[in-house]
Design a protein around this ligand. Structure first.
Ligand SMILES: NC(=O)c1ccc[n+]([C@@H]2O[C@H](COP(=O)([O-])OP(=O)(O)OC[C@H]3O[C@@H](n4cnc5c(N)ncnc54)[C@H](OP(=O)(O)O)[C@@H]3O)[C@@H](O)[C@H]2O)c1
Length: 251
């Protein structure tokens, strides 16, 4: 169960090698989290991530999970919930793709959409139903500012995050009053392997800063979290710019 401050004892990470997710797991283990499930595509990276969290004192198990295989989600994730209550699910998987390449390769673009959006629809609904059955818990969804307004430079990723964000908001409304809390996290540019080699955007931040914002959001039972918080105002302005102006911005 979560403590009086909303922090989880047990955590399920979907996208178990995500740098943002692992920073969040480390932070939560330092607070109260004792049991962690890392769900992800089997790899040495997933095993190493689990081992590192064990070194911090948590009981950690891995489970094979592929966002691109939604038909398996109910079975895979159902087995995790069957082992005991999960206080928090962190939906962290995602892929940036390669916009220039993917514009010429529609199947690659579809994989971005299927990973970030339809994979999340499937896993999100499976987890929401399990959380509802246990009567409590938080589903924390790593969306992105990229979903606020699609940019020329990454509209394939951005549109998939827009879909994910809208889905998570609607799911949060559907679950309102059930004891299950959905929190949408919208980071800007975070320095992880996902963004390695890309030119850094203004207000760039770190996985640790996202983790701190997630903790604060859980304590406040927030529905939306921007990281850094100033992006809320920035994106509010950008969202309302006329298309012709937005198109010419170097973003
Ligand atoms: N970094 C940023 O600037 C930023 C900003 C805003 C939002 N976000 C979002 O935050 C989340 C975490 O990103 P991150 O920065 O921590 O990047 P990351 O370290 O590259 O993590 C991405 C995760 O997604 C997993 N993944 C990719 N395709 C998958 C699939 N088909 N099935 C299961 N897992 C899959 C990866 O697993 P493998 O190890 O198997 O590849 C990895 O665990 C993503 O949703 C991302 O879109 C990131």
């Amino acid at each position: 169960m979560k403590d009086a401050f909303g922090l989880p004892q047990s955590l399920l990470v979907l996208g178990g090698t995500s740098e943002i997710a692992l920073a969040t797991a480390r932070r939560l283990i330092a607070r109260r989290t004792r049991t962690v499930w890392l769900a992800g595509r089997p790899s040495s990276g997933l095993d190493e991530a689990a081992e590192k969290l064990r070194g911090l004192g948590a009981e950690v198990r891995t489970v094979a999970f592929d966002a691109l295989d939604p038909a398996a989600h109910e079975d895979t994730l159902g087995k995790v919930f069957a082992e005991g209550d999960v206080d928090m699910v962190l939906l962290a998987f995602g892929t940036l793709g390669d916009q220039a390449h993917d514009e010429r390769d529609p199947q690659a673009a579809v994989r971005v959409a299927q990973t970030n959006y339809t994979g999340a629809v499937s896993a999100g609904l499976v987890c929401a139903s399990a959380l509802q059955a246990q009567g409590h818990g938080s589903l924390v969804v790593l969306s992105s500012v990229a979903g606020e307004r699609a940019r020329r430079a990454n509209f394939i990723y951005g549109s998939s995050k827009a879909g994910l964000d809208a889905f998570a908001q609607g799911l949060g409304d559907a679950l309102y009053g059930t004891g299950v809390h959905v929190m949408v996290v919208r980071p800007g540019f975070v320095r992880t392997r996902m963004t390695a080699g890309l030119p850094e955007a203004p207000l760039a931040t770190t996985p640790e800063a996202v983790a701190a914002a997630v903790e604060l959001g859980l304590r406040r039972r927030a529905e939306t979290v921007w990281v850094p918080g100033t992006l809320r105002m920035v994106m509010s302005a950008l969202r309302h710019l006329p298309r012709g102006v937005f198109r010419r911005l170097p973003v």
